[in-house]
Design a protein around this ligand. Sequence first.
Ligand code: DGJ
Length: 695
Amino acid sequence: MSIIANDNNIFVLETKNTHYVLGIDGAGYNHHIHWGKKCNPLDYEINDNGDENSNNTKLDEYRQELTPFGQTMYRDCDIKAEFEDGCREINLRFDGYEISQDTLKIKFSDEFYPLEIILNYQVYDGCDIIKRFTTIKNTGKAKIRFEKISCAQFSLPSVKPYTFRNTNGAWGSEFVETQNTLEGGCAVYESRRGSSNHNNSPYFIAYQNADEKSGNVYFASLAYSGNFKISCSRDSYSITRVIMGLSDFDFSHTLNGGESLDTPCVYCGLANGFGDMTRQMNTFALKYILPSNFSDKTLPVLYNSWEATGFSVNAKQQIKLAKIAADIGVELFVMDDGWFGQRKDDHAGLGDWYVNEEKFPNGLDELINEVNRLGMDFGIWVEPEMVNPDSDLFRNHPDWAYHYPHRKACELRNQLVLNMTREDVQEYIFNTLDELLTNHNIKYIKWDMNRPFSETGAQNLQDPKMYSYLHTMAVYSIVDKLRQKHPDVAFESCASGGGRCDLGALSHYDQAWTSDNTDGIDRITIQKGYSLLRPTKTMRAWVTDIAGINKPCSLDFRFAVAMQGSLGVGSNLEKYGEEELEICRRNIALYKTIRDNVQFGDLYRLLDADKDEVSMNQYVSPDKSKSVAFIVAPGTKFYKKRIPIRFDGLKEDKTYKVTSQDINCEKSGAFLMNVGIPAHIRGAYYNRIILIEEI
Ligand code: DGJ
């Protein structure tokens, strides 16, 4: 891994297997030169062929790392600004570069106005992932107003169309995938809702002929949980470009004299197949993205009360649940919504983060002590960014919610969004949560966020249209401050299910709630979409009583699905008989023996339920000595299917012991990967967990 700068201002970012090359021409324009196999660094050059004609200008055709608005560049731009005199053109000159070990900064200044833009790159040892972000600085005195700020632009090498893989989900069907082949025009993946994820994902995955195992896959993921825009285009020069950044849907940002802004960052890479992409990002995120307190720690099996008891939690009934949870092997007991203020349903209480004395007459500690006595840690649910109009907080501070004085605000789920860009709101939230964590032995916070934003009036801001960015940064900073003061508390990011599980959130929270849809069958699709560019261990997956919305699936089946992330249980355990509890005990005990493999291993997606009727995922330990594979078949068409199970990621010349209910053999890695073991998948909801261990 290194960064090479040639005499002619060509910069080569060398990763494990690739070169990412950019350069600056004599006139100061930046050019993207190459992203792919390594070549002789001295061979790279900028081709400048001159204007084609007065309609097709050379500037419009440049492949670039950054395109400012203006001149004859008619394509989508990265940065658009208005200077105080009304000028909206940005003309950048190259202004030097800095290399320090693994980082490169390339500086540009406007030729007249006091605007500086820096492109930042970082490379990492032993992988093909590069971090990018952009810095914008107002080096003068007068204000500069920005209408668009992007984080990174990419030009893909081939002139043939690329297919873009993204998600187009919703609440309850997060991470459902789409594939768009872009022959011309533009495809936009975005969020305008205030959080990142329910619909599209803040990333691009572009390929031509690729599958799980082979083919060039270009990818980049934006580490940002606010409104974003990923715009992909294929222009009349057959160039496919992607611009990733803050959404410009309702946006404006002013830099006063002397101020600067670092955009959120983007992690990009080139992989050989989708499987390699997932494994690269998983390994990278464990090492460089997830908060370091827990990134290398095994996550506990948790119990969450939401699906069992809804809002009607109370001390007696939670203690009952906790006793059963401890008995089946749960390690962390999380009490969800309903414990605070006047919370009986979703009409009241949000904002009043003190315990409801009717439900907990002896305070929270009665429950927490009992949970601890049972050998479990205690976790609690909060929704700090929200307020119910029926709450003491709102009665005392009606101006703390985003609003316009002469407009009625929509009360989705009977709640309003707190204006987190206000310092007093930030202080209130930090102080109440800090107090909660200081006064009680709480080891886990589930931080929820249950409605998209609307009527986002923020009279406190110089740029009210910057609310999404500032709100997101305030959330990150409160979580960071709480973590600093309470380093042994883990955080879960939740937004009505999987509404906030981008790499930005996952650099502040240790894990995420994937979806409120806990149906064993739907989860297979949801979890596959999640797995593409998000680390496995961050994916919280519960076994609940939703046993297949359309057709029932067994408890074992649901465990086999939920064990493919960080396992949780959300069932109403009080209703379970001894037989069901025994199934829970058996599966949780098994999970504890394989979870390191799942949480830290390399994922191989071997069969895809949506295409192959059967889902088979295998997780291999980094040293390839241990592996676990899960087969879950939601229902094969003719109720039987014979398939050879061919594993992946093993050492060819080593012998492995392979076991499950009906398999017990010893074979070489080469055999297991090339010939495979026969499986007879019979009937709907077939499931097997196969253990593979090097002898
Ligand atoms: C939405 C979350 O996704 C659920 O898990 C649960 O915490 C509810 N909110 C509580 O209101």
